[in-house]
Every structure is written in C-alpha cells, then in structure tokens.
Design a protein around this ligand. Sequence first.
Ligand code: SDX
Length: 393
Amino acid sequence: QGDVFTYDPGFTSTASCESTITFIDGDKGELWYRGYPIEQLADNSNYLEVCYLLLYGELPNESQLKDFVARVTNHTMVHEQMHNFFRGFRRDAHPMATMVGVVGAMSAFYHDSTDIGDPWQREVASIRLIAKLPTIAAMAYKYSIGQPFVYPNNELDYASNFLNMCFSVPAAKYTVDPALAKAMDRIFTLHADHEQNASTSTVRLAGSSGANPFACIAAGIACLWGPAHGGANQAALEMLQEIGTVDQIPEYIRRAKDKDDPFRLMGFGHRVYKNFDPRAKVMKESADEVLDLLGIENNETLKVAKELEKIALEDEYFVERKLYPNVDFYSGIILSAMGFPTSMFTPIFALSRTVGWISQWKEMLSDPQNKIGRPRQLYVGADKRDYVPVANR
Ligand code: SDX
C-alpha cells in the first residue's frame, strides 16, 4: 500500500506520490494540466506552449515562449551516427520496437546530458528528448516503408516539421497543410500528460534508481506499447476496421460482454475515468473537422465508431460498468485520415507523452519523498521449507 492521502473531495486514495502537474477527476470527466482544463488548452494553446507549462508550472510570456521554442528547435536533428544505428533494424520492425531501441541508445550518443545530479544536464536532456522524439518517430516510419530519412526543417513549427519528416520525399514537392498541422498539434497536446498512468509510473520508477533520462523515457515507451495502454489506439482502429459496417456492431457488442470471449471494445473503458474522457470529446470533434478538411465523406469507420459509441452508451452492460470512449477511440480515425498506418499511432502517442514523462521525472527527482523507489508486496506464497534432492521428489 502507498501512503494514504485524504483529499478535499472527501475521498481517500492509496497514492504512489504527490504531484502538482496533472489533475484528473474520473467521476466528473475532468483533466487539468497545471490547473488549466484540457479543453481550453486544446482550443487556445499549442503543444510547445503546453510543454513549457508542464515543465515549468506556468504558461510562458511571449519572450519565454520564444526562447523555449528556439531551444527546442535547435535540437531537432539527431547525431548522424544514429542513421547507421537505424539501419541495424529489420525494415519490418514495428516502429515502437525501433523507438524503444533508439531512444534507449540516446545515452550512447548524448552522454554529456546523462548526469542527473547536474541540473543543467537534466535540462539539456529534457529539451533534447522533446526536440528529437518527432525526428526519431519520423525516421522509424520512413525506415519501415523503405523511404529516405527527411531531415528536420527548422523553418517549420513543431507539428508541421513532424508531418514534413513523415510525408515529404526528395523526389516531390510537399507542402504541409496548416489546418492538418493544427490538428496534429492538438493531438500532441491531448496526449501530453495524464497523471500516474502505467507508463508514467514506469518512468518515475526507473528514474528513482538514478537511471539516465534517455533510459527512463525508453522504459516509458516500452510500457506504453501495451494494448491495454497506449497500444489501444492502434487496436481500436483495427477493431473498427474489422467491424467494417454498422450492421456488424451488435455481434461485437455481444462478444465484448461475453466473459468467455477475450474480445474487448478497444478505446473503451479507463482505469480512472468513469465518465467521458474529456480528450475523447475533443478528439471526436477533431475527427469531423479533419475528415471534412480532407474531403473524406461518408467515412465508414467514423460512422461505425459513432454508432458503436451510441449503442454502447445505451447498453446496460457498459452503463453499469461506466465504460465510456477514451482518448484512443477516435484518435486512430484522425491519424489514419492523415495518412499514417496503424503502426504509427502509438509512436505518435509516445512522442506526445514524452514531455509528460519528463515533467513527472523531474518532479520525482526534485523531491526525494516523492520517489516510488521500491514498492512492497503482500507475500502469499509457500511457507519456509527445506530443500528436497531431485531423487526424492
Ligand atoms: C490509456 O491510465 C491512463 O491514464 C492511460 C491513458 C493515458 O493517457 O495514459 O488514459 C491511455 O491507456 C487509455 C486506455 C486504453 N485502453 C483500452 O482502450 C483497452 C480497452 N480497455 C480495457 O482494457 C479497460 O477498460 C482498461 C484496462 C482500460 C481499464 O480497465 P478497468 O477500469 O480496470 O476495468 P476492469 O478491467 O477492472 O473491468 C471492469 C469491468 C470488467 O467486467 P466485470 O468483471 O465487472 O464483469 O468492465 C469490463 C471488464 O470486463 N471492461 C470491458 C472493457 N473495459 C472494461 N468490457 C468490454 N470492453 C472494454 N473495453
């Protein structure tokens, strides 16, 4: 059991740590970054401004934001030797496998920012990770489709740079649509942090041993990959595509309720939200906007998603268990419409969440009391007993 904290709303929780970064009210479906509701940030802010907020606790003024953007922009390229590192992977490796490997290896390329005892090195590592994760994710994508790596273009904003690195090719002119870049930026913001989820707790736990920041973030990426966590956005779209048409929905609803069937509605349910995930609401609106922008009408997958949500929210099984769409239910539809394969959905989640992981890692390091350190267990195994030689077993 963690320390027991009693919170104002009158409920008691076994919390692993205290934090000032992100607040979730699962019953009300509220999510705040440093006190600012996610809906307001999604509508009015942008990802790098949100990064500053999560890292330093306050929204930046104009000069602070300009300086922060410049610092991130100056670190978007990766060490040229990393290009060779990528070439050691099989082309058909899942981009998440590549990202775990490459981000973990960053400490071999940037060993001048691995000493967590040096605040300046911690800061440089933080900026490097936020700046380079889009480049690494784009390289993982390009490598998986056999296209040449595209270098970052620092004339572009953060989201446009990522889209350009993913979709431009040397042989043809490619211009990033600003409206798509805004939708991409909003997806980054919606995924930036989410309190003590599994991957964030992994980063905190890894960091509590004094491991270098690149190793800690690689551990977070590995944990996020699981289909019950960040891998759900890929699984949710693949599920919607498997359902195919609205008339197939009842069969999948039946399977989701059948305890003998391992099938679950991917993108539904949440460990904390027992109401709508506020990110899912923003994502649903964004899906309509992006499909309109791309001139995609009658998108069957979006139709299935909306009908599935409607049917599930009226079904007693889901209502009783307070199962609502989560952040992963609609995100895949947007990313797929943008041109990303499902294998790139979780890498995009990982690059977005990097700032949350870093902010939580820095908070853990700044307060020794806050270290998860070493969770204890309740031993329920065999009582003490003597060894039996194999001849007597
Ligand atoms: C993310 O923690 C975070 O903040 C994570 C995240 C973040 O930003 O970091 O928000 C991102 O990981 C979102 C969640 C993505 N995962 C999925 O969409 C996968 C599908 N969802 C389920 O695996 C599940 O809902 C969990 C794991 C997300 C949450 O599980 P809970 O809340 O612990 O629920 P549970 O496993 O205890 O199940 C409660 C009941 C069970 O039925 P009963 O035993 O009571 O009869 O609800 C059922 C479950 O069988 N149930 C589902 C279901 N989710 C739960 N039934 C059908 N479909 C589902 N999706």
